[in-house]
Design a protein around this ligand. Sequence first.
Ligand code: URA
Length: 425
Amino acid sequence: MYIYDIIEKKRYGNELTKEEIEFTIAGFVKGDITEAQMSALLMAITINGMTDKEALCLTKTMQNSGKSYKFPFKSVDKHSTGGVGDSTTLIVVPTLAAMGLRVSKMSGKALGFTGGTIDKMKCFDGYNPEMSEEKFLDIIRKCGCVIMSQSSDIAVADKLIYALRDKTATVDSIPLIASSIMSKKLASGADTILLDVKYGTGAFMKTIDDAKKLAKLMVKIGKADGRNVNAVITNMNVPLSDGVGCNQEVYSAIKVLHGENSRLAELSKYLCAKLYSEAKGKPFNECKKMVSDAIASGKAAEKLREMVMLGGGNADIIDHPEKLLISDYVVKVTSKKNTYVNNINAYKVAKFVNHLKDSAVEKQKYRAGIMLNVHVGDEIHENDTLATIYSSRKVTNEMIEELLACFEFSDKYSSNYKLIEESVK
Ligand code: URA
């Protein structure tokens, strides 16, 4: 078998066999297949696509290139395809544990413009998400949930291929994204998995149709492996939470655990109810009530505290989230006119926050971010605060203009924004 022939076959849009896919992945991991050859194949896949059979085979082959976890208990997992102001994990994981499920969450770092859960967990001073399997099992046995970094021995081939995709403009291919995510999810060991597949300016999938295609393929891959996998399609045109930036997103999540209502609360509660309903076979509406009780009783916040402390972290900010908003420079950005907020562009907000982080003093990158003070649909008046910037460097007029450009105003509200679109079985 020759890699040249495999590249040529895909270049003409033909289906690769199981043997050809296995040969390619094994050869690339070993170093027999060069980055140039793999890049050519990835580009051919990005342009010509893959059949579902090929995507299933690629997923399994990448999963088998590393370790697969198997737990001595049933566990659940929630995965987001990546968004802006998405701190649902910090809410969903402890809430489900407070409801009696075991939640084994292996998370990644920030990818492209999207935020990463592992970076946010570091806001709890001392929390170490790089943990051994023994520690992972110990924490989950003691408190029912744990958030750890994706261990380096999981889906080894995906790590190498993802790095190459990042350099060769081959990230946004549906079969490549589906097999990349699912190879890691299947290796992470959960029995019931809920995928939050996002579409919009602040997501990898720009259109709802592509998000549906991605969701359907991932659900198919998961089911073929015998897992209970479901997906929900959600809107990522507007930042999910008011806070964008590590500290600010943790702040928004803690506020939800203390009972605040927001878009973030709406989606997090929906995901909890859906996952619980799937794992336990209970009616969704009954589960929704259980979720609200777990949060209102303070049990969910208590679970987060337990998990953080077992992971070596300081949980004080759960009682004092306002400490997360301390920064050298705190600057309010105000409206120049009486108007309506028609849109807040999630992608532009993410870029703005990334610029803030890039220019921040090294130890203060976690503090760089914004809090939105208005929402889509709000009527606002001249000088009302639209957003607050938290920065370790002086905020310039140019920065203020960049943030203002994230807002779209109109004489009247005319958007048909809907957060949760549909679920895919
Ligand atoms: N997240 C992943 O893990 N892989 C992708 O390809 C895209 C998002």
